[in-house]
Design a protein around this ligand. Structure first.
Ligand SMILES: *[C@@H]1O[C@H](CO)[C@@H](O)[C@H](O)[C@H]1NC(C)=O
Ligand SMILES: *[C@@H]1O[C@H](CO)[C@@H](O)[C@H](O)[C@H]1NC(C)=O
Ligand SMILES: *[C@@H]1O[C@H](CO)[C@@H](O)[C@H](O)[C@H]1NC(C)=O
Length: 359
């Protein structure tokens, strides 16, 4: 907020000071501003966003600081540089920021050579009329607007993960109905034989049929930070950052930079963040669904559960979660296939609190 806006606000508040005591008491019951909500126990990210927003910054600025902290800390190895190698061993970044006041969105997808995903997304929002930049073009734009790069996003850990995977005949991977089925490519389409669907691989061998789940998205492959912030003015912003799915096919873009899927915000209603199997979740725009359900009058928790159950009806084995916040600062989560945790800080809390949601 600009300093002049602040002084106008302050003098307006002073005028109404006698009235404010009553109003404040009422607000205290139903509205909790500012508030920061994030997927997973990414405590430092929430604290970073909280420091910003508690100090008067806008919701967008706080979201950027919060997600950026996660990128620097390489939360879970799935946010920021140095994690989630693709089939070529490379790390790429997906990120998004959305302003619930203006409905402006900036996003980058499959961005190489630049580690600052959320800042790159913010630059797209601030300095272009576009919404989403992808690949080499996203990197070039981010660097031209002042972000450090080009740089190598691999780390010793990501390179080790990748070489172990290569030694394991490139298993598990995201290919389906291809030959060779259990060796590294080049792959060709294979109609018949092996079938892979919904994360369950069925393979026939002399012993009969074996079935096992691909551990591609799981408790230690959380996939995304998705964060929502309501600032002191009651404005909502959301943001996401991820380095995507481990051993993805190069070029894959997940739900992270897809607005309405990984995140959505509208000041009039609330905000939402999602995490999980992005390849499936992005087909349902779960965060758009949550916000629109709330707009139609559905209660917060029910809206979250409804968005998740729409996906589960079609993909019973999918793993994912959403966390939603309404414009009053109330929050709720829903999940499927795993136990989900999200983190919150609001004025009633001394520090971040973690909430657990059972499937
Ligand atoms: C809070 O805002 C004030 C005034 O803009 C600034 O001087 C101070 O450094 C900020 N504090 C933090 C922790 O960002
Ligand atoms: C990054 O560095 C690693 C290790 O030196 C190297 O194997 C890899 O090819 C580099 N990646 C790119 C995209 O230059
Ligand atoms: C938000 O608070 C207002 C004022 O107390 C209340 O009328 C409204 O029902 C609340 N909205 C939600 C979605 O809880």
């Amino acid at each position: 907020m600009a300093r002049s806006d602040l002084s106008i606000l302050l003098s307006t508040l002073l005028l109404f000071l006698p009235l404010l005591t009553v109003a404040e008491a009422e607000l205290g019951k139903s509205e909790k501003f500012p508030v920061v909500v994030s997927t997973w126990p990414f405590l430092e990210a929430v604290r970073a966003a909280w420091r910003e927003v508690d100090n008067g910054s806008s919701a967008v600025e706080a979201v950027v600081e919060g997600c950026s902290a996660c990128e620097e800390l390489r939360c879970d190895g799935t946010v920021g540089p140095g994690g989630s190698p693709d089939e070529n061993g490379e790390t790429m970044i997906d990120a998004l920021v959305m302003d619930g006041v203006t409905m402006e969105v900036g996003a980058v997808a499959a961005m190489r050579y630049v580690k600052d995903g959320i800042r790159a997304a913010w630059l797209v929002m601030k300095h272009s009329q576009h919404t989403l930049l992808a690949g080499e073009g996203a990197s070039a734009f981010a660097i031209s607007m002042g972000l450090p790069g080009p740089m190598n996003l691999s780390s010793p850990e990501s390179l080790k993960k990748w070489s172990d995977w290569k030694e394991n005949q490139c298993q598990p991977n995201f290919r389906k109905n291809v030959v060779p089925a259990n060796n590294c490519g080049p792959y060709k389409p294979n109609n018949g034989g092996m079938d892979v669907s919904g994360g369950i691989r069925t393979e026939s061998c002399e012993m009969g049929t074996i079935e096992y789940k691909l551990p591609l998205v799981g408790p230690h492959n959380h996939d995304t930070i998705s964060m929502a912030v309501i600032d002191k003015m009651g404005h909502i912003a959301v943001g996401t950052s991820t380095n995507g799915a481990t051993f993805k096919i190069p070029g894959r873009v997940g739900d992270g930079p897809i607005v309405g899927s990984s995140a959505y915000a509208d000041d009039e209603v609330g905000g939402c963040g999602a995490t999980g199997d992005g390849d499936i979740m992005m087909r349902f725009l779960p965060c758009y669904q949550v916000v629109e359900s709330m707009r139609q009058g559905m209660k917060l928790e029910q809206a979250a559960k409804d968005a998740i159950s729409r996906i589960a009806r079609k993909f019973p084995d999918f793993v994912g979660a959403v966390v939603a916040v309404d414009k009053n600062g109330s929050h709720a989560g829903a999940c499927h296939g795993w136990t989900f945790q999200y983190s919150v800080q609001d004025p009633e809390m001394d520090d971040v609190q973690v909430f657990t949601v059972l499937p």
